[in-house]
Write a protein of this length. Sequence first.
Lengths: 464, 245
Amino acid sequence: MPSPNVKETAASVPLTEIAGWGGYPVTATRLVPLLDPAGLGALREPRALRGNGRSYGDAAALANGWTVSALPRNRFLAFDRERGILRAETGITVGEALRIAVPAGWTLPVVPGTKHATLGGCIASDVHGKNHLEAGTFSQCIVSFRLRLADGNEIVCSRETFPDVFWATCGGMGLTGYASEVTLQLRPVESPLLATRSVFCCDLEACLSALAFDQEYTHSAAWVDGFATGKKLGRSVVLRGRHATAEEACGMQGGGSMTTIATPVSASANIEIPRGMPGIFLQPFAMRLFSRMHLASQARLCSREPALSTFDSFFFPLDAIGHWNRLYGKRGFVQHQCVLPSRTAAEGLRMVLESLHGAGISSFLAVLKATGAEAGPLSFPLPGFTLALDLPRVNPGLNGALDQIDERIAALGGRIYLAKDSRMRAETFAAMYPRLAEWLKTKKEIDPMNLWQTELGRRLRLCA
Amino acid sequence: MKIIILGATSTIARELMARLATPADDFLLAARNSAEGEACAADLRIRSGARTIFKPLDATALDGHAAWMRAAIDALGGLDGVILCFGDLGDAGKARRDWDEARKVIEVNFTAAVALLEPAAAELETQGKGYILALSSVAGERGRQSNYHYGAAKAGLNVFLEGLAHRLAPKGVRVKIAKLGFVETRMSQGVPMAAPLRTTAGKAAEKLVHFLNSSRQSAFIPWFWEPIMLLIRLLPTRLFNKTKL
């Protein structure tokens, strides 16, 4: 039974090719399940941690080394239904956690755009949701976690105990250690539904003001037409939402209640894109068509009356299409997500969209969200706006164009989201994250041998 | 339902339990490792709302099995079903040289199963209802050089279960044999097998639930192992002995 703690088996574990959600880059690695976390201490070789492989780039793989899958560690350990405190192993996914929590009247205060991310991945990327202005990043709902360090010892990290390690780990891309168990403070919800309303915005300025904080509708995100240019640049539909009250849920669902809506978050997708699907999103025509259709369908929902939406359709619309990443074909795609501070946001977002148009690169999906307070040294959000773009890898000028865009984002005080990144240059990265030195100091203290490594970490000199 | 799961920390067992358990059920989880077993019991309780208890079990402690099963049934307050999930592939190469390894493979896969299931069967026979589901293997269909100790133990288990089924069928007790092919679990880690023949523990568990609710006494899981193993069984010895299977 090979596991990374058994040295002799190194030769018997073949190299497997794996990739992140974007399908690029592909890394040949020795992928092994994490069966005995205590045994990690005996492994004196570099290793990467991997959850469900939902980060887009190279954050969860180590070329020609060990990649340890934490997925087998997926048990709920305790759930206090009165106080909403959940303790679980970190191989649990967001969807699994919601399936337990929501029927009991609780929810994760922060969820990423996919329910298939593991709790470990949520910690490592310090994910944010559509309610970042109000709820902050995932770290905000963490009470504490157990962290297995490079030396094999386990410590309990929280805001009080080992705060520097706690904050270095939230957003630390799995490079500080293995967070084996996490204790989360959930938030009460009255129903498994959300009350939503959407607004059509004809340009970027209208979109940014529509995304501003709303006391009542705390969740918001905009679908931006990636093909609109000139005056129409930033044409979008802003979707706002809040958790529906029990009354609303009953009234509008014809008596539906917590108990009658059996699965607030479904385990499977509506349709599944098969392996080997030709990359239809590589055709600009098809992309434009899909983009318009999607926006039109969203615009149709625009109304002043609140509508009701399920967790699945509000938080995880893309999960309805299983393996949608296969629509980008074998070569995969690059996701580019930047955040720009409020004062330079309009200028910066215009620059990003126009530069891409100028280089002949179009994006099917562009999502714009408002972001608030900063968290850990490598946490992504800062007060401003974040734009996420899916870019097919067809244009040979893509990397060069993105490098230039990154530099200008850095100059405008913005940064790139590591969970999405597969190609940023180390120099640009260092310019974007002013607290990098602080993070590196903690990394050096707890992992002087750089045993926790990933391809992303090597590329951005986080573990070199 | 009051169900005993033998080998409850195994990957398939966890997937199977998660699909079977409802808030109306009582599960007794048995496994060797107490820390892992307790965690699995807590997990099942939180996921399903079922009442769960953990009872440590060392499959190789053969003499204590009858008493163990009695105590387990008492702890549950009755018995509606037993699911045997534990197994040990062992190290086939080592088993050829090392009697301890060979004995362990035979004892865990066959002798321990007999020692545990016989008293459980007696309980079910008295009450005239219930089921025994055993996770066996396609390896028991024909002895092959790659794992014949394991295969022999599983073949023995299959014949034992057939006999048990024969005896208990008129009494209203169902004995069901699931012959699993290659499933991605802890046990199969590192065993090379062509991708199309592999299945995940989750998919295998779904098929096991279906099989449990069917009227069949034995089934290959997934189904395509049935024609494959039929071919392997029918292969003339002269040809078979030239293969590397």
